[in-house]
Design a protein around this ligand. Structure first.
Ligand code: PA5
Length: 444
């Protein structure tokens, strides 16, 4: 089986002699600290050997639950936010037909996402859409108390019970949450929902290969065995000190030390938009702390070449790019001939659309490198479950190593509590009386 590969030459050419070696010298210590669980955040390393520890029996349980949902639902709403949502969406959108939800023939349920915002109109429109539909819900929350998800779940649970009756609702509502604590666990136990556990030692953003990601992905009809196999093979590949994950981690840190403070993840396939979003969360929450951290940004090309392209080509030279490139598309479309040739594009007649896309990619790479933007490429032979499994583990492993090279704890996220504290104080949550008083005084 082929493997995804990493190309770094167009990035290392920007580094001073010895700069990469200086960073790479710390890789063995980072790898050792991860393997021996001696690094900061060592109680959240469950993701490290997760792929190889997943048994066929466990995957069988997930597939059985997915089958029940698929048989009993035309629509499945996945309620979750951050790490409890982005990985599943990234894989489902990367593998799915982007127009299937419009033309759905019933062979797959429509998968929708909720609980990832507090948009009143979003929730209204979702509930309207679900009226009369045979829908089910996967309620995903590790803490079981996240406001966005809890709000959506309250609405969805009630609507599901009202529309489908309590008995059926019990069958089509599934919880993915902590083993013991949190409102989602208590509700699941009280109602008798099928439930899956998010292991204590796997943080949200590293949880896509737990039921958090696997269950929605299986519900959408994708092959979770192949996904896990891809991740397992990459886990093996990453066990040595010199592998594509450690190389990526070292190069991005060397670039950061050389003043490249922003990394832009680029794709040339609209299907990968949510892979960008997943990656942003993984790296943003893992590295942005203690006053340091590469800022993870993302663009979809060629779409964003018509918006962000100018900035990337000629703006402040504080950026580098990492391109996710897919070698072979799944379908074939040829550039059509036009008698009048008003657009002057007949010279492309008969070429694969992907060939045009690839030349846009190469042309952009050369232009950006010429413009002072270091460029790495992560190349996938094709978009399938196996290579996405590899990609997920590659980015996770590189993130762990990279965070340690940066000298931060990559596995905590203390900063995300600040807005919640203010929001609860502003909303007058019981227990927040002192904070409410302080924040109101500040707003006077
Ligand atoms: O990565 C993280 O830890 C976060 O993004 C969480 O996944 C997110 O806040 C959702 O938390 P929970 O699963 O507890 O609802």
């Amino acid at each position: 089986m082929k493997s995804i590969r990493l190309e770094i030459n167009n990035a290392t050419s920007f580094l001073a002699a010895g700069a990469l070696d200086e960073v790479s010298a710390n890789v063995p210590d980072a790898q050792k600290a991860l393997e021996e669980q001696t690094c900061p955040g060592n109680d959240f390393l469950g993701w490290m050997h997760l792929p190889s520890s997943i048994t066929p029996e466990f995957l069988g349980e997930i597939k059985a639950c997915a089958q029940t949902l698929r048989e009993n639902c035309d629509t499945i709403v996945v309620a979750g936010i951050g790490g409890s949502y982005l990985g599943a969406r990234a894989v489902i959108e990367a593998l799915g037909n982007q127009f299937e939800w419009l033309t759905n023939d019933g062979s797959n349920p429509v998968i929708l996402f909720a609980g990832n915002n507090i948009g009143e109109d979003y929730l209204f429109e979702l509930c309207e859409y679900l009226k009369g539909r045979k829908f089910g819900v996967i309620n995903i929350s590790k803490s079981g108390t996240t406001t966005e998800t809890a709000l959506a779940f309250r609405l969805l649970k009630k609507q599901c019970e009202d529309q489908r009756g309590k008995e059926v609702a019990r069958k089509v509502i599934v919880a993915v949450t902590d083993a013991k604590k949190g409102a989602a666990r208590i509700t699941a136990n009280q109602e008798g929902y099928t439930s899956f556990i998010i292991p204590d030692n796997v943080g949200g953003r590293f949880s896509v290969l737990t039921p958090v990601g696997l269950l929605p992905i299986a519900c959408a009809g994708f092959d979770i065995d192949a996904l896990v196999q891809g991740a397992t093979d990459m886990e093996k590949e990453c066990s040595t000190d010199d592998n594509i994950a450690t190389q990526y981690a070292a190069v991005r840190n060397a670039l950061y030390r050389a003043g490249k403070k922003i990394e832009i993840l680029v794709n040339y396939q609209p299907k990968l938009h949510f892979m960008n979003e997943w990656w942003k969360q993984l790296y943003g929450e893992s590295e942005g702390k203690d006053g340091v951290g590469i800022f993870p940004a993302a663009v979809d090309f060629t779409t964003d070449l018509h918006s962000m392209g100018q900035w990337i080509q000629e703006g402040e030279r504080s950026i580098f790019e990492t391109v996710i490139s897919v070698e072979n598309p799944r379908h074939k479309v040829l550039f059509p001939h036009d008698e009048e040739n008003l657009d002057g594009l007949n010279f492309l007649t008969g070429k694969r659309v992907d060939e045009v896309n690839k030349m846009a990619e190469l042309g952009t790479l050369l232009a950006h490198v010429d413009g002072g933007v270091p460029n790495m490429r992560v190349v996938l032979p094709e978009l399938n479950e196996y290579y996405l499994g590899q990609l997920i583990y590659f980015f996770e492993r590189a993130c762990g190593v990279s965070g340690l090279l940066l000298d931060v704890n990559p596995f905590n996220q203390p900063g995300v509590e600040a807005y919640k504290k203010n929001m609860f104080a502003l909303l007058g949550k019981p227990g927040y009386e002192a904070e409410t008083e302080a924040i109101q005084a500040r707003l006077k």
